[in-house]
Design a protein around this ligand. Structure first.
Ligand code: HH2
Length: 257
């Protein structure tokens, strides 16, 4: 899954794909580089990011979704707002990727009324404050229990099991240790029986591990993290650097299967 952030303030590529034309071109590039899905977002969820109105988010993402769908691509909408999900689905999006795991009122119903796939992500707290002091008794158990309960709520709400993927939400209300625990024990989330998505791409923990303060310089670290997640059973990788990740996966497959 390649990432297109149509935002001025995303943590690693904010402002780079801000106009509709730039965003469409970037989505086309990621698909040409080997992505299977392009994830379009109109609101940054980086720590401390300001909220964005429904109107602003729609104005950013809808023309991009329409163009990429018209070009035949599988498009995902990265949003936590049911209104945005609904319009994105009407515009042809086939996946809803939600950092709030469809917890907003009406989100499950909007997705259940269509045939979209959904990605349910774990986050502790809210983007504004989530990195202030995240606390868990046992991060892997708590994230697993949360994701399982959200998956059950979706199934009860009419989203069949085969439409659901789970994501531990690296960096969303988690310290470096929590992120590492979740990666080392990712197989415990895989064991829940849903495809698992991993989103390590360029994140701050990789900066801490490598000493790289600039997010765009974390490509090698991101590829390494992606491969570790694949080794632990992840089925979908959400990445900014599609070409590098696809090359690594090709070598991985040739040498391990
Ligand atoms: N990470 C980000 C946004 N959405 N969705 C899922 N399912 N998993 C993730 O790990 C995830 C996500 C943050 O990355 P990015 O979109 O590049 O940044 P921003 O939120 O600043 O736009």
């Amino acid at each position: 899954m390649g990432i297109v952030n149509v935002t001025p303030d995303s943590f690693s590529d904010g402002g780079q794909h801000m106009t509709t034309e730039m965003a469409i071109r970037h989505g086309e590039l990621l698909m040409a580089e080997g992505a299977d899905i392009v994830d379009v977002g109109g609101e940054s969820t980086r720590p401390g990011a300001p909220d964005v109105s429904v109107e602003t988010e729609l104005a950013r993402v809808l023309p991009v979704i329409r163009a990429l769908v018209a070009a035949g691509h599988c498009v995902s909408i990265d949003s936590r707002k049911p209104e945005v999900m609904q319009e994105a689905i009407a515009a042809g999006a086939s996946v809803v990727n939600d950092v709030m795991a469809l917890n907003a009122a009406g989100a499950v119903a909007v997705c259940a009324e269509s045939d979209v796939g959904v990605v349910l992500m774990h986050m502790q707290g809210q983007p504004g404050t989530m990195q202030v002091a995240p606390v868990y008794a046992d991060a892997v158990t708590e994230v697993g229990e949360f994701l399982r309960s959200r998956a059950m709520a979706c199934e009860q709400g009419g989203i069949s099991r085969d439409r659901i993927a789970l994501d531990p939400g690296f960096g969303f209300g988690k310290t470096l240790e929590h992120n590492l625990d979740l990666t080392q024990q990712l197989d415990r989330l895989v064991f829940l029986g849903y495809p698992v998505m991993a989103g390590w791409s360029r994140k701050a923990t990789l900066g801490k591990l490598t000493g790289r303060a600039v997010a765009a310089e974390r490509v090698h670290a991101s590829v390494a993290a992606a491969l570790v997640c694949v080794a632990r059973g992840a089925r979908i990788l959400r990445v900014h650097d599609v070409a590098a990740t696809v090359d690594a996966l090709k070598v991985w497959r040739a040498m391990t299967l």
